[in-house]
Design a protein around this ligand. Structure first.
Ligand code: HEC
Ligand SMILES: [Cu+2]
Length: 314
């Protein structure tokens, strides 16, 4: 964040150079085409200005190879640019499996982040460089948008939904975090700082922050205080699926389709249990929509996920 005129923010993520290359190529392509067309317009305007002695007999001369040539060439270029952009987009949408997960929550008007160990921060996000970071985003009120220009990533946080964004920071430093979706009076003050740190510094930071209860631990507490365990831990009168190991596996539904039990499925199961009913069970689970806060939902989802990732070790 130094002075002087900056055309683009620093490139501080593994994605940033790729995005910039695409951007510069698009700029060169459309700039070149724009200049070429402008030159033709000006050239002809001068040539055929009123009173000039240019030939106006209106000869029609077609050049079929030339026409086919430029149509094909621009088509190929346009598709190549599309393919290139799509490749980056798909990559941006597929976090590596070993990414470090952080729960992010947008609310009027601040960003809250919670690490797996329970460390919580407001308008600040500490991350290690060189490791993929996956931020799952929720919103407590209206649409916000998580935007870190130096990382070239932007992702909406939408109420009632879980979205995600991932990146690998490449350079230690402080980077601006914006909310890029107008979200009310203090939208312009919804700013934060991303602290990209060397891994050992990050480990030290995590330790120093402590954190107390882990995210999944808080979720486990909610799981019993909200009454989920009454049905789901067996022993009760209601027959409900055991959630151990459900995350990341395909689930058979009562309508004979199968769905991958990802974050969205877990979330929907809690807020709209009747939308997708697990095969072999009665649709008796009540909706927790309105009874559970967004941040609590993130904790419960973290807990249900932990039931799968720590399989056997618990
Ligand atoms: C009244 C009993 C009951 C309560 C309370 C309850 N559930 Fe359920 N839950 C069920 C039943 C029955 C199903 C299977 C039918 C269905 O999918 O709706 C289910 C399905 C689910 C699923 C999908 C599991 C799968 O294998 O597909 C998840 C996730 C889930 N519940 C989480 C929760 C959470 C979290 C809570 C607490 C906030 C909760 N449930 C509270 C009865 C209950
Ligand atoms: Cu906002």
């Amino acid at each position: 964040m130094s002075g002087g005129i900056q055309f683009l923010p620093p490139e501080a993520s593994s994605l940033a150079p790729q995005v910039d290359w695409l951007f510069y190529t698009l700029l060169a392509f459309s700039g070149g085409l724009g200049l070429f067309l402008t030159a033709l317009v000006i050239g002809y305007a001068v040539k055929y200005r009123a009173g000039s002695s240019a030939d106006r007999s209106g000869r029609v001369a077609r050049n079929t190879p030339l026409e086919i040539g430029w149509t094909t060439a621009t088509l190929v270029i346009a598709f190549a640019l599309f393919g290139w952009g799509a490749y980056i987009f798909v990559q941006r949408d597929h976090p590596p499996a070993d990414a470090i997960e952080i729960a992010g929550l947008g609310k009027q008007w601040m960003w809250q982040f919670r690490h797996a160990g329970g460390q919580r921060e407001i308008d600040a996000l500490h991350i290690p460089v060189g490791r993929p970071i996956l931020v799952t985003l929720g919103s407590q009120d209206v649409i916000h948008s998580f935007f870190v220009p130096a990382f070239r990533v932007k992702q909406d946080a939408v109420p009632g939904r879980s979205t995600r964004v991932w990146f690998t920071a490449t350079k230690p430093g402080k980077y601006r975090l914006f909310c890029a979706e107008y979200c009310g009076t203090a939208h312009s003050q919804m700013l934060g700082t991303v602290y990209a740190m060397e891994p050992q510094d990050f480990a030290a930071w995590l330790k120093q922050e402590g954190g107390g209860q882990s995210l999944a631990g808080s979720g486990e507490r909610l799981f019993s205080s909200l009454g989920c365990s009454g049905c789901h831990d067996g022993g009760g009168t209601v027959r409900a699926p055991n959630l151990r190991g459900v995350f990341g596996r395909p689930v058979a539904l009562s309508n004979s389709t199968t769905v991958m039990a990802d974050e969205r499925y877990i979330r929907d199961s809690i807020l709209q249990p009747n939308k997708q009913v697990a095969a072999g069970y009665d649709p008796v689970m009540p909706s927790f929509d309105g009874l559970i806060e967004e941040s609590e939902l993130q904790e419960v989802v973290a807990y249900i996920k932990s039931l799968s990732t720590q399989e056997g070790s618990r």
